[in-house]
Design a protein around this ligand. Structure first.
Ligand code: NAD
Length: 432
């Protein structure tokens, strides 16, 4: 089976490399010629553990190729859509990249194809795609699979190769059969495959992301309560999470959820639910709770600030083990600090050149943790990189005149910080 993956971003590249690892012949297609040239040289344009090795291995095995050439839309039997579906101004999903990909397919496909939609898309998109293709390419037959992707940046390769489940929405028996063949290496290992209708598959993705976002918003609100009553959020989360009905995952208090999925997917579900007259109060509350949290997170720094202070921001990406800055909690924090006249020295293990939205005369980038700490009056940890978790807290007393640490990820132990003489502010725990 030959597959062309349309869109070689975080999802498309991981899916392409992993499907090649299954033994399938894969072309990863993208409009971005620079990205494709880099990939053809065996290097990858994103930070994702294990991905570079997988790409090199499958390139040299001849199962994986990268191209900007639209004729690959006809070369393959199956076309996997993995283009972005960002947020529109009204909260709905912007389908312009998806519509562009469908028009490209209609233009270049000369034989029947199976289309697998991996992008996160609104309810009814599979039918919309089918209808559109019937109109644009009436001589051809297109079977449509809705196959939402659940990988997490930072563990994307493992998530793809060992998922909890695979969800397949299908509109014809051929579509189901094609999907079953593609995922045979996983189903034969006992990984559950859920077969369902296209719309159900589309809703599963939005519901899963909204539920996870809701857990994060919930534990963050409980963290606020902890701060007022001198309770400890880590112990509360353990106490809740040990209940098997609940579990500990996604109960980490922090600066609010961000990234390229939860913010836009909660908004898109909210938009869709309102449009069909069944608004979700829980999703609305989740969105609002997270927005308010992000707005007030800078206060933890501002409340301890003196004018002209330099703040070291440790971690710019929205989570550890990715270079993805989309909707990162660091963005509103830095924006507020800059508005208040602070100078920022940022350090991130993965960001080596400052890019938008961090281009500003008062923002510089440190090349090491030590440099950032030495130059700062306040050190704020925004991303939970391993490098930070392994840090010896003595670095603060050795390098700062009045050591002051704001820890949005609860990386350090408040008692150790207190004993060292570091003023320490964390999330949902008593300040040392
Ligand atoms: N990033 C994640 O962690 C993640 C996880 C699960 C699902 N998703 C969903 O997967 C989809 C893709 O997300 P992403 O983060 O990989 O996006 P991305 O922005 O990283 O990648 C999209 C790629 O598509 C390319 N592209 C756009 N139009 C094209 C066209 N017509 N032909 C060829 N290439 C085209 C772009 O150049 C870009 O490289 C989104 O719907 C997203 O919600 C993302």
């Amino acid at each position: 089976m030959k597959i062309t993956v349309v869109g070689t971003g975080y999802v498309g590249l991981v899916a392409g490399a992993c499907l090649a690892e299954f033994g399938l012949n894969i072309c990863c297609l993208d409009k971005d010629a620079g990205k494709i040239a880099l990939l053809n040289s065996g290097k990858i344009h994103i930070h994702e553990p294990g991905l570079q090795e997988l790409v090199q291995h499958n390139l040299s095995a001849g199962r994986l190729k990268f191209s900007t050439d639209s004729s690959n839309l006809d070369w393959a039997d199956v076309l996997i859509i993995a283009v972005g579906t960002p947020q529109s101004d009204d909260g709905s999903a912007d389908l312009s990249f998806l519509n562009g990909a469908i028009s490209d397919i209609a233009t270049h496909a000369k034989t029947d194809k199976t289309i697998m939609i991996k992008s996160t898309v609104p309810l009814g998109t599979a039918k919309m795609v089918s209808d559109k293709l019937k109109l644009l390419a009436p001589m051809l037959n297109f079977d449509i699979i809705s196959n939402p992707e659940f990988l997490r940046e930072g563990s994307a390769v493992r998530d793809f190769l060992e998922p909890d489940r695979v969800v397949i929405g299908y509109n014809t028996s051929k579509a189901k059969e094609v999907a079953a063949n593609i995922y045979k290496p996983l189903s034969s290992k006992g990984i559950p495959i859920t077969y369902t209708k296209n719309t159900t598959a589309e809703l599963i993705k939005y519901a899963a992301n909204s539920y996870l976002a809701m857990r994060i918003a919930f534990i963050n609100e409980i963290a606020d309560i902890c701060e007022e009553v001198d309770a400890d959020i880590e112990e509360v989360a353990d106490g809740i999470g040990q209940d098997k009905r609940i579990g500990r995952h996604y109960l980490r208090a922090g600066p609010g959820y961000g990234g390229s999925c939860f913010p836009k997917d909660t908004l898109a579900l909210n938009y869709a639910a309102e449009k069909i007259g069944t608004p979700s109060k829980l999703v609305q509350a989740t969105i609002l709770s997270n927005e308010l949290r992000k707005e007030k997170m800078a206060d933890k720094i501002l409340n301890n600030l003196k004018s002209g202070n330099t703040v070291a921001i440790m971690g710019l990406t929205f989570k550890a083990d990715t270079d993805d800055l989309r909707d990162s909690p660091s963005i509103p924090i830095i924006k507020t600090l800059i508005e208040k006249g602070c100078k920022i020295i940022a350090y991130d293990p993965c960001i080596k050149i400052l890019c938008e939205p961090f281009i500003h005369e008062n923002i510089t980038l440190a090349t090491s943790i030590e440099e950032a700490v030495e130059k700062a009056d306040i050190v704020a940890f925004v991303t939970e990189w391993n490098e930070f978790q392994l840090l010896d807290p003595k670095i603060f007393i050795n390098n700062m005149k009045n050591p002051l640490v704001v820890d949005y990820r609860n990386i350090f132990d408040p008692f150790i910080m207190k004993n060292l003489g570091v003023k320490y502010i964390s999330v949902g725990r008593k300040n040392a």
